[in-house]
Design a protein around this ligand. Structure first.
Ligand SMILES: Cc1cc2nc3c(=O)[nH]c(=O)nc-3n(C[C@H](O)[C@H](O)[C@H](O)COP(=O)(O)O)c2cc1C
Length: 210
């Protein structure tokens, strides 16, 4: 089967792409909404884009041409928290994607406890095993649907005690969830370990040599 990309509608393209780029990790983003309410929503077009400084990227689409609450809140305040949920939080992750008016806090609706931010004013989720306090680095628009790629710089890592060993996250303990598409998710299956490959150590670029 061959499909010419320009013949697809935005909806058809989304269906195909989201079924091809799988499984996707989920950034469960808390932001400050109107009146200081904590907005919460999951985003799976999510990856990291730099390690020094640590930076994450999330693609946020639009609803009927309008920015989603998360995007608006990030632009207004310049900071947000990427919480990482686990399998025990999957129902709440899914439910937090329900559309609500901007002044409604999904964290409150779902009775999720929040903890004040330390380096930013956005609170994080107490139940999340990992939360990353981020400041907005840049926003890059892509394509014709108004989607925007938000890049955040991680200022503070909150990692539940016991989850990291020798600076590495224990993935089995983390028990992450991934999005497949629509209401479908995947849990961590068996880990497969291959022989370690030699890798040149990561380094910082000489500013003049770029
Ligand atoms: C698991 C999951 C992943 C999602 N990933 C994205 C995404 O990457 N980008 C996006 O724009 N919307 C994504 N959505 C949809 C948003 O969560 C949804 O539009 C939500 O209502 C946005 O909330 P907000 O208006 O409070 O920001 C996802 C939904 C689910 C359930």
């Amino acid at each position: 089967m061959r499909i010419a990309a320009p013949e697809l509608s935005p909806e058809q393209t989304y269906k195909l792409m989201s079924g091809i780029v799988v499984p996707r990790p989920i950034a469960w983003i808390s932001t400050l909404g109107p009146g200081g309410k904590v907005n919460l929503a999951p985003f799976s077009c999510f990856t990291f884009v730099s390690n020094t400084p640590p930076m994450l990227g999330i693609n946020i689409g639009r609803k009927a041409g309008q920015r989603k609450d998360t995007a608006r809140n990030i632009l207004e305040h310049g900071h947000f928290v990427v919480n990482i949920g686990n399998a025990g939080l999957l129902d709440a992750i899914h439910a937090s994607a329900e559309e609500h008016p901007p002044e409604v806090s999904e964290a409150e609706l779902l009775q999720l406890e929040v903890v004040a931010g330390e380096q930013i004013a956005t609170p994080r989720l107490a139940a999340a095993p990992v939360s990353l306090e981020c400041t907005l680095h840049s926003v890059i628009p892509f394509g014709d649907t108004g989607a925007e790629f938000f890049v955040g710089e991680v200022k503070l890592f909150h990692i539940r005690d016991g989850l990291a060993r020798d600076g590495k996250i224990d993935t089995t303990l983390l028990d992450p969830v991934c999005r497949i598409g629509g209401p479908n998710y995947a849990l961590l299956g068996p880990l497969v370990t291959k022989r370690a490959l030699r890798q040149t150590p990561k380094s910082v670029m000489d500013k003049d040599a770029a």
